[in-house]
Ligand binder design. Structure first.
Ligand SMILES: NC(=O)c1ccc[n+]([C@@H]2O[C@H](COP(=O)([O-])OP(=O)(O)OC[C@H]3O[C@@H](n4cnc5c(N)ncnc54)[C@H](O)[C@@H]3O)[C@@H](O)[C@H]2O)c1
Length: 397
């Protein structure tokens, strides 16, 4: 693929480093930046043929097959609409929109134009995530009851993130979009998110947006997706997920503990990892950050999907659903009530089983719990199927 990059900042550099790593065949061809000097530097750093400070010139270049939107949140919609109008495949970074209305317009634009569109939700592509999802889909965890996803760090690296108008919100929009989509994948994208309860506050920074939030997304099948997001967290970038099902549990740590621990007195100061707060003492570096964060796997899926004429694993529709959930979270943080997820466009026809699959112990009882006690005795807790009485038995009594 010949790729055009819109933006030359933090994520554009991460994407470019990924795309040009390890002899990959898809190349960035050109870059747009509003600042021509930045565009030129970016082009020189990554060996690109063209650069410009005019976005349309880059999008409409006939040599470009696909455009990556790596611009601040308030510019995603215009950029995506321009790509759709030019008939160009478009990959947009997270969050898709600042809200569901923006995301829906972007979704409609690419669908009307019939162009390929992918949602660059990298944390749903990490190796650990993909393997976990395969286990969940194979039934290893049974029915998923509860997911928990946390992204917390000391705050983002550019001015526009902190300005609610440009970003669409604080930690909820910036980090919550990852956490919500992680939970949705594990619970099942076909299961409708119904309502959200969220606490949010501005605990530390002099900004209008929230710098800390915790939320619960309730799904139609009763599952709960919990998200914990913060720009107040000290100690680096904490990316952790948990999945709890009727048959098992998964715990993932995607960044602060990847199996690489180092002590240094601080001599020879060096880059440790994204948002690391120290370069002395015991450190937790990340070997290949792009890989640990899912970027290579994400781009492989995107370009394979384009070539194979299929949808990628993360679509604009997913981005729209995430925005709708986050809209409900913002509202709930204000009203302090459960708020309905407003999904004007809900596409799954999945029916949700409401019957509980209780385990029968014998003709008379359901089995509630079995446990071996410290003295080696096995105990069962039972419920009478007719009377509802709860009692216990020691096995072998
Ligand atoms: N894990 C991830 O997927 C991930 C990580 C970081 C950022 N992002 C997303 O990437 C996007 C960009 O974030 P970033 O971290 O690269 O930000 P950044 O500030 O580092 O870079 C933003 C780029 O946009 C340009 N820009 C800023 N304001 C502009 C304007 N008004 N008009 C034209 N260009 C403008 C800047 O010059 C820069 O090139 C955001 O949507 C962010 O949420 C995603």
């Amino acid at each position: 693929m010949n790729i055009a990059m819109l933006g030359s900042g933090f994520i554009a550099r991460f994407y470019a480093t990924t795309l040009h790593a390890q002899r990959r065949k898809d190349r960035i061809h050109s870059v747009y930046s509003r600042n021509l000097t930045h565009a030129k530097t970016f082009a020189a750093d990554f060996g690109l043929e063209r650069y410009s400070s005019t976005m349309d010139e880059i999008i409409q270049d006939p040599e470009v097959d696909a455009v990556i939107v790596a611009l601040p949140n308030h510019l995603h919609e215009d950029a995506v609409l321009a790509c759709a109008a030019a008939g160009k495949a478009v990959l947009c970074t997270k969050p898709l929109g600042r809200n569901a209305a923006e995301a829906k317009r972007m979704l409609e634009a690419v669908e009307t134009a019939g162009v390929f569109a992918g949602y660059l939700e990298d944390l749903c592509y990490t190796s650990k995530f993909l393997k976990s999802l395969a286990s969940v889909n194979a039934g290893s965890l049974g029915n998923i009851l509860w997911t928990k996803s946390r992204e917390a760090h000391p705050g983002p690296h550019s001015d526009w993130f902190w300005d609610k108008e440009q970003s669409g919100g604080g930690a909820i929009i910036d980090l919550g979009c990852h956490c919500v989509e992680i939970g949705r994948n594990f619970i099942g994208k076909a299961i409708r998110p119904v309502e959200v309860m969220c606490w949010a506050d501005t605990q530390v920074h002099p900004i209008d947006a929230e710098d800390h939030a915790i939320g619960l997304v309730r799904y139609e099948n009763g599952a709960i997706g919990q998200f914990e997001v913060s720009w107040t967290f000290r100690g680096g970038m904490d990316l952790r997920d948990e999945v709890m099902g009727t048959e098992g549990t998964i715990w993932l740590n995607s960044f602060l503990r990847t199996g690489f621990e180092m002590f240094t007195t601080g001599k020879g100061a060096n880059y440790v990892a994204e948002k690391a707060e120290s370069d002395a003492g015991w450190l937790f570096p990340v070997g290949d950050e792009a890989h640990e964060l899912g970027y290579p796997q994400m781009f492989s899926d995107m370009f394979d999907a384009m070539e194979q004429g299929r949808e990628p694993q993360e679509t604009f529709y997913d981005g729209y659903v995430v925005n709708a959930i986050l809209d409900a979270a913002f509202l709930s943080a204000k009203t302090k009530k459960w708020e309905t997820v407003q999904l004007e466009d809900w596409r799954s026809a999945a029916t949700v089983a409401v019957d509980k699959d209780w385990v029968s112990y014998n003709e008379t009882y359901y089995l509630i719990k079995k446990e071996i006690l410290p003295n080696g005795v096995e105990k069962v807790i039972l419920k009478d199927k007719v009377t509802g009485e709860i009692r216990q038995e020691t096995v072998g009594d």
